[in-house]
Design a protein around this ligand. Structure first.
Ligand code: NMX
Ligand code: MLT
Length: 426
């Protein structure tokens, strides 16, 4: 058994007892109400989920298990996964053990590559990644143990097994998708002595003479790992997992949501937008030019990608971390300089539009320009990187919700006919 398993086994019974006690004593207390607007408006702000791995206060941004993101940007993604699952950072021995677990589980079965090779050559990399994950569902330990008749209190254990297997394999799978989809040559074998993100960078095969691309991958994997429970990918994963579908089904479902342009695909759209600006103005535009360009985007009915957020009301601390990385590594890169200029100008443009609640940049506004700097110019791949990282959040949320024994999700819906009758009588 892994040290992560043993740590969880030690803390789960008392947490489970605590939660049962809260429900027993306070189960009828009202946490939130729902307005008609919220019912039609994406349930924005309705407090109807519990997520213990992380939270996103609107005025602070991502806080993982009580630790603000800015205190975690020098950590390895494996340390973050341990933190997400257990609420504590790992010791040196814990980290080494988790890394060993991931290394030994990292072989992608051959049949997965055959499935991907059979897909049309122009398939979106996200569709390839999700198909690869779903194809591996036959490996699920949870499904086998469930079919054998496992006890409810033990569900979290095979879910952890599936999660470790999936996390170990998602990076070689994603690297293989990159090399196959963009004709980069044969797959690159993993180097077992590297940390998870550096190994992913190595398998991608992006030239990295300075080691800064590996550093970017470490940071990228940390920053995108989790964002509480209500975002589309986490919530979808949780919802599918609540039916006791296994980790492969639940994570691939969540990633299908991440593939949407209002969610994870915004990083692809964002770099596209930045390059359009650069091309149109032959480099970094003036403030006036940029103001006009942003206005034209809005007037054409499109969103300015990388700006705005459903929860945040400040500059996303994940954006700050990428911005600081760019300022250190590539301050003179014209695409990075354009992103920095957009940050100076665009919030004021968005502030003029009353309906926009958050005019500040989110994580997607800066990640693409850094990837582009290192020669990773295939935008449609960017959400795959987001996915590899977000798999940590989704897996940890699944393990935790199985440990707490959460119920199948089933909110109540009503028809517009019912809403009309309700508002008439209210
Ligand atoms: N550009 C133009 N319009 C915007 C923007 C923006 N960046 N942000 C919000 N709005 C509009 C939004 O479309 C909505 O319009 P309407 O009522 O006509 O539908 C209105 O402003 C109110 O939206 P908000 O309540 O401020 O934001 P909401 O919670 O509905 O949506 C996002 C949040 C993130 C979907 C939205 O800000 C957006 O579309 N941003 C651009 C896409 C993006 O960057 N997505 C990535 C999010 C982060 N991630 O990684 O997942
Ligand atoms: C995320 O990282 O999931 C995004 O910022 C979207 C969200 O939190 O709603």
């Amino acid at each position: 058994m892994s040290r992560l398993h043993d740590k969880l086994a030690a803390i789960i019974p008392s947490m489970r007892q605590e939660i049962q006690g809260i429900i027993k004593e306070h189960g009828d207390k009202v946490m939130s109400q729902v307005t008609v607007r919220q019912a039609y408006g994406g349930m924005r702000g309705v407090k109807a989920l519990v997520c213990d791995t992380s939270e996103v206060p609107p005025d602070k941004g991502l806080v993982i298990r009580g630790m603000p993101l800015k205190e975690l940007t020098d950590k390895l993604p494996e340390e973050i996964f341990w933190l997400l699952c257990t609420g504590e950072l790992p010791t040196k021995e814990d980290l080494a053990d988790l890394q060993k677990e991931l290394q030994k589980r990292g072989d992608v079965p051959d049949y997965v590559w055959k499935v991907l090779e059979a897909m049309p050559k122009d398939s979106h990399p996200m569709a390839m990644l999700d198909t690869g994950i779903l194809a591996m569902e036959r490996e699920s330990v949870f499904r086998k143990r469930y079919d054998e008749g496992i006890k409810k209190t033990e569900y979290w254990e095979p879910t952890l097994e599936d999660s470790l297997n999936l996390l170990a394999r998602i990076s070689p799978l994603a690297a293989g998708v990159y090399r196959m989809r963009f004709n980069k040559g044969p797959r690159i074998a993993s180097k077992k002595d590297l940390d998870w993100a550096a190994n992913y960078a190595h398998m991608l095969g992006v030239p990295d003479p300075t080691g800064e691309f590996a550093n970017l991958m470490r940071l990228y994997m940390v920053l995108h790992s989790d964002h509480e429970g209500g975002n589309v990918s986490a919530h979808t994963c949780h919802c599918v997992g609540s039916a006791l579908s296994d980790t492969y089904y639940a994570v691939s479902a969540g990633l299908n949501g991440l593939a949407g342009p209002l969610h994870g695909l915004a990083n692809q759209e964002c770099l596209n937008w930045t390059l359009m600006v650069n091309k149109k103005f032959n480099g970094v535009p003036s403030n006036d030019q940029l103001r006009q360009f942003a206005q034209d985007t809005l007037d054409s009915g499109k969103v300015v990608p990388g700006y705005g957020h459903a929860v945040l009301r400040i500059t996303d601390p994940r954006f700050d971390a990428f911005h600081a990385f760019g300022a250190r590594v590539c301050p003179d890169d014209p695409v990075y300089a354009t992103v920095a200029k957009v940050y100076e100008v665009v919030p004021d443009v968005l502030k003029q539009i009353q309906k926009i609640k958050d005019p500040w940049p989110n994580v997607d506004a800066a990640s693409g320009c850094l990837l582009y700097h290192f020669g990773m110019t295939e935008f449609s791949y960017y959400t795959v990187l987001f996915s590899v990282s977000r798999a940590m959040g989704m897996c940890s949320q699944l393990v935790v919700s199985r440990a707490w024994g959460e119920a199948i999700e089933r909110p109540k819906s009503h028809t517009t006919h019912w809403v009309k009758a309700f508002v008439k009588s209210a």
